[in-house]
Design a binder for this molecule. Structure first.
Ligand code: DX5
Ligand code: ZN
Length: 216
């Protein structure tokens, strides 16, 4: 079986102890750090921007998996690249010209992903699927950590898997974000996910190491 990438979301970390909380998941064997960027427009919440990414770049070599839940992401791609992102994911629903922005990200030599919200159908990805390094399927409405996994999004994971097979895209990562814990992770992986984002499950657990290991 292929390796499953674990990408803890620092949205649920202690923002006054980000270095400690990043190192904790690193030592626990996590693979990426998931950074949730929210603008108060595309989603009803505001989080962090490129300056924070730049600061945490100094404390770890783990790849940064940056999830932009923002309008006009094209204005900020360079800032997030300069800050040290390895992968930038934009939202399909936030932009008109997905393909142009994907190209804009890839010109910098980093990976590009597109995310779809729970109500967005998988077939919207077809126009640019071959250009993506990653598809991010939201299993909660984006905006907040700690929400319940939406089981009715599971078929979408299999649909993305089938779509990638149809286009012979075996390297494209299928990432799932929202409500992932030690039970829902199984459902997501069985449906075809090979990368899992988890925020509250990891950071609210009494033992971060045990939590990361249980997902692995
Ligand atoms: C939600 C974010 C998620 C969030 C996940 O909009 O994109 O990455 O941090 O948090 P949990 O794992 O608590 O659902
Ligand atoms: Zn996220």
């Amino acid at each position: 079986m292929n390796k499953i990438i674990i990408s803890p979301s620092i949205l649920s970390a202690d923002f006054s102890n980000l270095e400690r909380d990043i190192k904790r998941v690193e030592q626990a064997g996590a693979d990426w750090i998931h950074v949730d960027v929210m603008d108060g427009h595309f989603v009803p919440n505001i989080t962090i921007g490129a300056p924070v990414v730049k600061s945490i770049r100094k404390v770890t070599k783990m790849p940064f998996d940056v999830h932009l839940m923002i309008e006009n992401p094209e204005k900020y791609i360079k800032d997030f690249v300069d800050a040290g992102s390895e992968l930038i994911t934009i939202h399909y629903e936030a932009v008109k010209n997905v393909k142009d922005i994907i190209d804009q990200i890839k010109i910098f030599g980093i990976k590009a992903g597109v995310s779809i919200k729970p109500k967005t159908p998988v077939n919207v990805l077809e126009d640019f699927i071959s250009d993506l390094d990653l598809v991010l399927i939201m299993t909660v409405e984006p905006g907040f950590g700690g929400q319940k996994f939406m089981n009715d999004c599971l078929p979408k994971i299999s649909e993305v898997k089938n779509l990638l097979e149809e286009y012979n895209l075996s390297k494209t990562v299928i990432e799932v974000d929202g409500g992932i814990d030690d039970k829902t992770c199984k459902l997501a992986v069985e449906a075809g996910a090979n990368a899992l984002v988890a925020g509250s499950y990891i950071y609210n657990s009494p033992d971060i190491k045990v939590a990361v290991k249980s997902l692995k």
